[in-house]
Write a protein that binds this ligand. Structure first.
Ligand code: FMN
Length: 158
């Protein structure tokens, strides 16, 4: 579903050690690789469920690692987009707002629209975890296109 010329590299952050400033003395190898990958990426696509009106703890933890140590913010200046999924009818709207707030501190540039809020997510995937809902698939395609266009626009004005 990606636009022509774009590639997506999925990074699972669920097994990262819990961020702790004491660990900054020697950053764990998987985190170093992750930070390097973020740094090299042209843009970031965040994917998250909504947990207690916010993003998942696993994503927040990865964000912390990306932003540390001081003066080594791997997220700095990156264009970004968010997709959220939830079993609720709101699709993670509050998690998305929270993430936008966090992105201010990270100095990231998220696109504003479209918003992919995958509500009642349990109804929209098949047994292979493929997204089956045509409306959501359309929004996902638009989101990817918009992120790629935004990334190219930022780059050409740099
Ligand atoms: C601890 C916890 C808190 C949750 N809080 C919310 C919430 O505040 N709002 C919401 O819409 N869904 C909430 N949910 C539902 C999750 O968004 C839903 O389970 C999620 O889509 C599952 O994603 P996963 O399969 O990646 O874990 C919560 C689920 C858990 C486990």
């Amino acid at each position: 579903m990606l636009p022509e010329g774009a590639a997506l590299d999925v990074h699972d952050v669920s097994a990262f050690p819990l961020f702790n400033q004491d660990l900054e003395v020697e950053i764990p190898a998987p985190i170093r690789r992750f930070k390097e990958k973020v740094r090299r990426a042209d843009a970031i696509l965040f994917a998250t469920p909504e947990h207690n009106y916010s993003i998942s703890a696993a994503l927040k933890n990865a964000i912390e690692w990306g932003n540390r140590p001081e003066k080594d913010n791997s997220w700095d200046g990156k264009p970004a987009a968010i997709m959220s999924a939830s079993t609720s009818p709101r699709g993670g709207a509050r998690a998305q707002l929270h993430l936008r707030q966090i992105m201010v501190d990270l100095n990231m540039y998220p696109i504003n629209s479209p918003q992919l809020l995958l509500a009642r997510a349990q109804q929209h995937f098949d047994a292979n975890m493929k997204l089956t809902n045509l409306e959501f698939r359309g929004i996902l395609r638009e989101l990817l296109t918009s992120l790629v266009e935004w990334t190219r626009r930022l780059r050409s004005s740099a």
